[in-house]
Every structure is written in C-alpha cells, then in structure tokens.
Design a protein around this ligand. Sequence first.
Ligand code: MOS
Length: 733
Amino acid sequence: MDTQIIGHRTPRVDGEFKLTGRADYAVDWQAQNMLYGYPVPASIAHGALEKLHLDAARAMPGVVDVFHHGHFPRLYRSPNSPTHQDQVSEVRLPFEDERIHYDGQYIALVVAESFEQARAAAHAVQADYRQESGVIATLLDTDQEGRLLESEGTSRGDPEKAFDEAPVKIDHTYHIAAESHMQMEVHATLAEWRDERLIVHESSQGVVYQHKAMARIFGLPDESVEVVSHYIGSGFGNKLFMWPHAVATAGAAQMLGRPVKTILPRQQDMENGGNRPASRQRLRLAADRDGTLLSMLHDSTTETSFVHSYVDSLGSATPSLYACDNVAISQRLLEVHHGTPCPMRGPGETSGIYALETALDELAAELEMDPLELRRRNYADQDPASELPWSSKHLDDCYTGAAKRFGWERRDPTPGAMRDGDEIIGWGMATASWPGLRMPCAARVELRDDGSVLAACGTQDIGTGTYTIVAQTVAELSGVALKDIEVRLGESTLPAGPLSGGSMVTATALPAVAAALRNAFDALKEVATGEGGAFEGIDPESLEIEGGALKDGQGKRVSFGEILSEQKLGSVNGEGQAASGDEKGQYSFRSFGAHFVEVRWDPGISRLRVARVVSSIDIGRAINPSAARNQVEGSIVMGIGMALTEKLDYDPRDARLINNNYADYIVPCHADMPEIDVELPDNPDYAFNEFGARGVGEIGLTGIAAAIGNAVYHATGKRIRDLPITLEKVMDT
Ligand code: MOS
C-alpha cells in the first residue's frame, strides 16, 4: 500500500488536549451533588476482622456514611468469563465477608462531602483483627512448589531424554521479584446512578468489559450500565479489568442516591491495584557442541492471591522462539498473602523470556560461543510450536541491523576484558518477542454535511496513540484532513471494541474502522447517485474517493459535505465489523526483535549504569513511527527498572508491603537514561491485516532485562539469577 498518512509521523491529535489540561481523565469528572469515597485498608495480611470502630469517623465533619461488611448492598459476583467479557481483577466482592486475605484489602469505604474529609475520617477508623499464622509474603520466601496447572503445560519430542543425553547443558533457576505497574494515573472511579442506570467514569483499559462486569455484579441488563474512559494516564495492564474500589464506589453511590468519586492513594493503588507476580523459573537447556539446541525444559511458578487465580503464563513464548525438537513447558501457581497480581506489560512472556534469554546466554558461555551466533544457529523458520509458517518474520534482519549499529563484532567475549578508564564495559543481547493478536471488533463512521468525519469505537487510548492512528486511518482512506476528523473512544455505548491490552488495538480496531468507513462511502454514493444527487444516475461503483470528495470518470469532483447538504442530509453512517484475523489458521503471527545493551560497572564506587541500548523491533508496519518508537523507548526504560531496581518488598514476617510509594519503590528516572537507538524495520504484514501492522505496546519490554543481565555478566563475570540486580548483588563482598 502506497500511503500518504499511514506510516508517517503524525503528531498526536490529542496532544493539544493533554497539554492544555482539557483531556478529561476519570478524576477530572464532576457530578452534581457529588461525594468522595476513601477506602480503609486492612493492616494485617491474614486473618479476620473482629470489630470496626466507626464512631469517631462518623462524627467527623462532612462524613455521610461508612460502608463495610454488614452495611453494603447485596451484590453478585461476576462470572469472570473471558468469552462473555465480564472479567474482573478480583472475583471476591468488597466487604463480602470479614475474612482478610492480604495487607491493604478494603475493610470499609468512608464517604464524605470532600476528598479531604473522607481521607481524614478513613484514617480515624480503627479495627480489631484476629490474626492467623502461616503467612506467605511472596514465593521468593518459600520453597513451596504450588499447584501444577495441567492446562498450561505443553511438550513435544522427548525433552527429558534429550537433555540427559546431550553433551552440553545448563540447569539454572531464576527468580523475579513482584513489580508494580507504577502508572502515573492512579485508579479512580466516579459512579453515578440516574434512575436505574449506572454511569461510571473509570480510568479503564476496557470499558466494554467493565460495563458487563458491573451489570453482572449489580444484577442489571447490560444496557443499564455505561462506562467512560476517555483518557488514561496509562495502566500497563492493571486497568484491564475492574478492581473492588469501583464496585465499592458504585455500591455506595447506589445506597446514598448521590454520585461518589473515589481516587486511590498511591499506597492503595500499589497494594490493591495489581502487580506483576513474583516468579521462580527453572530452565534446562541442552545443545550439541555446535550449538544446535537439543532440549528445552521451562518450569515456572508464579504467585497469585487467595481471592483470585491470576496465571502469568511464563512459558507461552518458549515453544515458538527457537527451532528445537524437544521442548516441555510446565507452570505452577502458588497463593500468597499479598494483593492480587494481574497482567503487566507483556504479561507472562516478559518474565518467561527473561529466563529463557538469560539461560541461552549461559549456554553460549558454556559452549564458548557468541550469544548472537547461538540464536542464529537455532533460528526458527516456521513456528515450531504450531508448525505453521510465520505470516512475516524478519528477526535475522533485526539481529544483523542492531548488531551492526551497536558494534557487536568488536565484543571481546571474556568477561571483564573491555575497559574504559575506571569502568568495566559489559555487552549483552537478547531476543524480544510478542504474539500478533487480534480480536473481533466493531466501529462506526459518520460522514457529515460540514465535511467532517466521526469515527467511533468502544476501545480506549491507553496513551499509546489510538486516537491518532484511527484519525490517520480515516484520513488515509478518505482524504479528509486530520483536523476535520473526530475520533470517539472510551465509551461502552460505542460499537464494541477490544481491551487496550495485548498490543492488539492497532491490528484489531483499524480494520473495523476501515470497514465502517467503506460502508459509509457506500451510503454516500447511494445518496450521490440517487434522485437529485450530485451524480444522479451514475453507477455508484464507478465513483472514486479522493480528497474528501467523490469523483466520476469525467473528472467531476463533489465534496462529501456538498453531496449531503444538497440533499438536506446531516450525515450518512457506516457500521463496520472486523474478525479476529486469520480465520483459516494458515499462519502463526508473532513479532520479533533484538536488544543490544552496554552496561558500565565502576567497581571502585560500585556504580552500575545502562549506558547504551540498540534495539531493532519488527512490528510489521508502524502506523505512526513516532508513537511506535516511543512505545519501544518506554519499554526499554521499564526494562531497566525490571533489571536493576524494581521490587515490591513484602515484610517476610507479616506480608505487609514496605515500599508502597514512589520514594521507596525505585523506578528509573531521567538521570538513569541511556542512549537509546530504536529501529523499526518496515515489513508490512498483510497476512495479518490490510494495514500490515502487528502492534507494538509490549514487545520492547521482552528480552530487555535479559540483555541487561547478560551485559552485567559480561562486565563482572557474575551471573545474577534474581531480579532486580541491585548493587549489593554485584559488589565484591
Ligand atoms: Mo497489557 S498487560 O495487555 O495492558
């Protein structure tokens, strides 16, 4: 496709709204007569609530009510079904009983006239607990195995036998601490009941899902719930599915007959709003002396809470990444006493690929082979898991291009051999990968008599640029200027669109928008060729779309707006549907890339820095290369945090979260930024969709922590197998 707008670096169409403060985030909404909710968190992690002391809080200024077990509407649990799109982050309802399963679990919701009054009164609530023993803070503190999830296991060949008989092998266990999403905008809900209808403003990555879950929980027909999420200060997965604060807020609003807004403080956001679960992974890799992989065994355990089974599928990428005849994946799940985990950017594969790509580096060292050469040696020309051809794979070009720009051929393989003054330089690399995902999607387009176009879809812009790429698509296909295109997203009443997750919105929503636009063109042509129309009597098929106008074979052009206004019509509409992609099951869809990292370790002052990252990520066609590159750059920053600093610290004695704030939970800041060089080779994947795009939100985070860890090994000779690689683990002691 020869494109004018798609594939070009269009500035964000919503940039001005964000910069001028007019973008309406959930917390910005006000309702008439609105109250504020503030949750009261439990201060134990395991036991039961014996008594709540509420008199002091109730007597404080502005306090309207305090909700808790025994004083809350009777609600239903949501079935939590992916097929019925009513998934929630925690199936247990707030205030369902008096059991306490984790530190911070809500035991009450104070509602007051102002935010400050609600917060002050929440702090005045006292509780008596019955604490129970046997607390497990995290799987990092225990050698309990967890229960085996048969459904997550896969295998091919005879991996155990091949491993036992192989000449070269490694067998190591890797740990990753739980991480927090640390999205800028905290979770927030404004719930308002108008007659029997519930209207919710939420910072949500899935308005369609949340509206269905709310409907199930409050026993309402779907049509009686509306969820709005116009702008999101990111989420990284913790806003995919609704959390209990939203249910508590809607229940309080129902009982009081007034709108209630709840904004979680950062502490509660971190305790109750999701996390990437800690994990333990055993990797057994075996190879022939020439580096040919003979066996891969990947056994994982992840955490979940006692109130919800969240499975982070760590082994899901492993069977597809390398050509190897003997592969086995297993996964276990262990309940621990901290807040419920949930998807976090590249869920499962980010942690799984960390372990796999670190293990491959260890195998390369064992083989005395270049780590890049080992990957090339085992290149998978088709998907070894499904045995289907890839729709499009150019990982070899990513390896070559990034290695060249990085200067990989100058790498001295001996750990610690490359120096620059006081600093030891370490170079490491890893493969990145994320599946190409698409879901069914609907959209609507309206062509209007003023020449403008409206495109609407019930998906969201999590901050990645969905508003912009939908506008680009409409502009590309219609020739209407970007300024005359309005995009509406983030409303559950719009045609149903996907979660802003799985890096799937681009590939999912754009074909539906295009289908809707084409149907709108057909409606317009019908008007234009009908009685009194600008092209009366002409075959509609012969009309072309050009520059926001219809054009016939004689070169006559009439703009969309003129065609409509001449006929006294305000607009014509088109509805569009797009399916989930490859209905025939002909291809395997997956994106690949490569990261090359330089770290600098100054042993004299124990300073470890990521100095340079070169990445080449093949995502098919980037609809907007600026926005796409920005996703990879952001992922690299997030990967530095995962590799070096980020860890949710649970007190092993009582499973309480210690570092529940931005000061003590360390994320990379500007001073930590390396030189980042991201290449997005342009290889449109037209087998996946007509725009050739596979999506980009998550792939950049996969592999980056491994590349950093591999570089740390190359600098220091120390193989640190648990993330984050904090300084005390690197220092000579
Ligand atoms: Mo992403 S973890 O699919 O929001």
